[in-house]
Structure formats: structure tokens, C-alpha cells
Design a protein around this ligand. Structure first.
Ligand SMILES: [Zn+2]
Length: 377
């Protein structure tokens, strides 16, 4: 396993998994030996370790698992077009972040890491706290002091310590970087191990389709770990001869916070998030690897779509009407599919990735959907 800096090409070998380049502060990519053979996969365990040949190396005894499943790929239709939903909200902590952290925390345990810090008051923090609890790793999560207490309950429940930082989200990021000088910074946004674990999303999807690539994959996009991880996975599958082409990658942002959409449309970098969005899991003003994400989307013939708050709520309702109760961040994919269908561009065989459970957002939905004394979904 070799870490290569995106910016200055500095190479770093070893299992200590630095979170960024020590020379220039740039983001690392990861170079891995990839061995994807159909027979080895199909006789492997019924979880993401069936793709161990394409993952960062972890001895089996160091693997940290909470029983994460191969998530279902459910057939459906959207505006009359046959599509499928990949139910990544069915992981142990209720979000796709477990896909990344099952591997990331395993690598950290194998490397002898005994304590980590991270900044996330949402799904990533909850997932990291759960896997650290399982691994016996001390976990401290930095969060802005004004984060609603309800959002921190799941993190605290797993035994993680929460450090409340006064001020903005940026001040929380600065505080955690100071802490990172003493304690391992387990940043899922920076560390490429998390991205490489996310490749299993692509592997599972293609295996479930009988080793074919879907026509298109529609995904929420904030920091871009789903989009980039899927792209790396589809690339591995093409290189191994298991699929013959990349699917079209469609990244969806909330219009209220859409820096990648602005860059994609060549409107320059948006100044920051211009408004509040229900899709808080992708409200990211400064992605770590913006050029990489756009390269991936363009290489696949894909696109970036930005959807409004009304479209997100409509998407949430339409998914729930099919029995799929997801958080608003995940509903952006439904909004995007409705947009594509309206333009006659929703391709049959599209897969939409549903990343987070609605059960995490019920309290928020009560606030948003209450009129007078009635909650109307
Ligand atoms: Zn560098």
C-alpha cells in the first residue's frame, strides 16, 4: 500500500496511514495491488471482505465488523422508467459510512492505533464511534458547540467523547487539526483508505447485476466519497475485465450549497454555501478533492445536478411512497431522477444510491413538516 500526494507527488509507504501529505499538506491518493477474480469473490464471505483483493490489506484477525451486509439492490420504477435502489442505509449505524469505516477502522487497528479524533456531528461521527467501540479504540469527536444535542446522542451512545467547539464549522476543523498533532486524525474526507473501502459499492452493484455495469449511478455528493469511491471501484472492475465500461456517474448537490455544480458548469467556485439545506449531509462548501471528483464525472460521461429544497422534499415523499424512508440528504437522488425523467433523460437500468436512514432525521422532519399542530408528510 503506497500513499501518493495529489499535489507534490510525494510517496509514502507504510501502514501508518497519514491523513495528508506531510510535505505540502495535500490530499493523498492510494496505490494498491488489486486482485479481483470472479471465482475468489463468489466463494468469499457474504460481506464486503469478499472483495479483499481490491481493498487496503488487513489480516483477517484484525478486521472489525458489526455484521455489515451486502446491501440490497431493489428493482423499481421511477416515472415509468425501470430503475434500482441500492439500500446503503441498511448498515449497522444507519448510513453508508459504515462501508468505509469497517475497512478504515480495521486498518487502524492493524496499525496499532489506540485513539482517534474526527470532526463530524453527523453520520460519519456516529459510524466512526461505533466501529471504534467495537475495536476498543478511544474516539473523540469535535463538533460545533451549537450542534443540536439530538445529533450527538448516537455518537455519545457508542461511548465516544464529544468536544464542543465554540464558533463556526471552520473553527471546529481548525481545532481538530490541532488535536491531530497528538492523536490520529481519522478523517474520512481526507484519508484515501475510506475512499478505497467505498469501491465495494461498485463491486456489489455489478456482482448483483450479474457482472454488468448499470447504465448510470445517481449519488448524493458533498465531499464526494460516494462518487469517488464508486468511480475507483468501477475502474478496478474494468481493469479486471469484469465489466466492459464505466456507468454514467451522476452527482447530486443541494442548490443551496453546490460548489461542485458551479465548477462543473464552469461558473467558477461558488463562494460558499449560500443558504440552508435540508440535505445537511452534503452541505460541504470546500470539498477536499474537487478536481478529482469532476474528472471522475467527466470520464464517465456523467454530470452534476443541483436540486432545490422543494424538489428534495418531493423526492423524499416519492421514495417513502415506495416504502423507502430515507433522510433528506439521500432524497436528492430521487429529486435528480425526477428532473432527468422530466427531460426524457432517465436511462432504464439507472441505480440510485440511498445513503442514510430516515430514522435519523425524523426529529428534523417533524420541525419542517409541522403546520399548526399537524405533521403532514
Ligand atoms: Zn504533497
Amino acid at each position: 500500500m503506497e500513499f501518493v500526494c495529489n499535489s507534490c507527488d510525494h510517496h509514502h509507504r507504510g501502514a501508518d496511514a497519514p491523513w495528508r501529505c506531510p510535505r505540502c499538506g495535500g490530499a493523498f491518493d492510494l496505490r494498491l495491488e488489486v486482485d479481483l477474480r470472479r471465482q475468489a469473490i463468489e466463494t468469499g464471505p457474504p460481506n464486503l471482505w469478499r472483495y479483499a483483493g481490491a481493498l487496503p490489506p488487513v489480516p483477517p484477525e484484525a478486521r472489525v465488523s458489526l455484521g455489515e451486509p451486502v446491501t440490497p439492490l431493489v428493482e423499481s420504477t421511477w416515472a415509468g422508467v425501470p430503475v434500482r435502489f441500492k439500500l446503503d442505509y441498511l448498515f449497522p449505524t444507519g448510513s453508508y459510512k459504515d462501508r468505509g469505516n469497517a475497512v478504515f477502522v480495521s486498518v487502524l487497528r492493524a496499525a496499532g492505533v489506540s485513539a482517534v479524533v474526527e470532526d463530524s456531528s453527523g453520520n460519519a461521527g456516529a459510524s466512526l464511534a461505533a466501529y471504534c467501540a467495537r475495536a476498543g479504540i478511544r474516539c473523540t469527536i469535535y463538533a460545533p458547540a451549537d450542534t443540536s444535542p439530538a445529533k450527538l446522542v448516537q455518537i455519545r451512545a457508542y461511548g465516544a467523547e464529544v468536544v464542543a467547539v465554540p464558533g463556526s464549522r471552520a473553527e471546529t476543523a481548525r481545532a481538530v487539526q490541532v488535536a491531530a498533532e497528538r492523536t490520529y486524525y481519522a478523517s474520512h474526507n481526507w484519508n484515501p483508505i475510506f475512499l478505497h473501502a467505498m469501491k465495494t459499492l461498485a463491486f456489489e452493484m455489478c456482482e448483483q447485476l450479474g457482472w454488468r455495469a448499470p447504465a448510470a449511478v445517481v449519488m448524493p455528493c458533498g465531499y464526494g466519497s460516494v462518487v469517488l469511491g464508486a468511480y475507483l471501484g468501477f475502474q478496478d472492475l474494468v481493469s479486471a475485465g469484469l465489466i466492459d465500461r464505466l456507468p454514467r456517474l451522476v452527482a447530486v448537490q443541494a442548490a443551496a450549497c453546490a460548489p461542485l455544480y458551479a465548477a462543473y458548469r464552469a461558473e467558477g467556485r461558488a463562494p460558499a454555501c449560500s443558504g440552508h439545506t435540508l440535505a445537511e449531509g452534503i452541505a460541504c462548501a470546500e470539498p477536499v478533492r474537487p478536481e478529482r471528483i469532476l474528472e471522475a464525472i467527466r470520464a464517465s460521461g456523467g454530470e452534476v445536478i443541483a436540486v432545490s429544497e422543494d424538489e428534495i422534499l418531493d423526492g423524499l415523499r416519492a421514495l417513502a411512497a415506495q416504502g423507502l424512508y430515507v433522510e433528506p440528504t439521500s432524497a436528492v437522488v430521487a429529486a435528480a431522477m425526477s428532473r432527468l425523467a422530466g427531460e426524457g433523460r432517465l436511462e432504464p437500468g439507472t441505480v440510485a444510491v440511498l445513503t442514510g436512514s430516515g430514522l435519523k432525521a425524523t426529529e428534523k422532519l417533524v420541525r419542517v413538516l409541522t403546520t399548526g399542530t399537524q405533521v403532514r408528510f
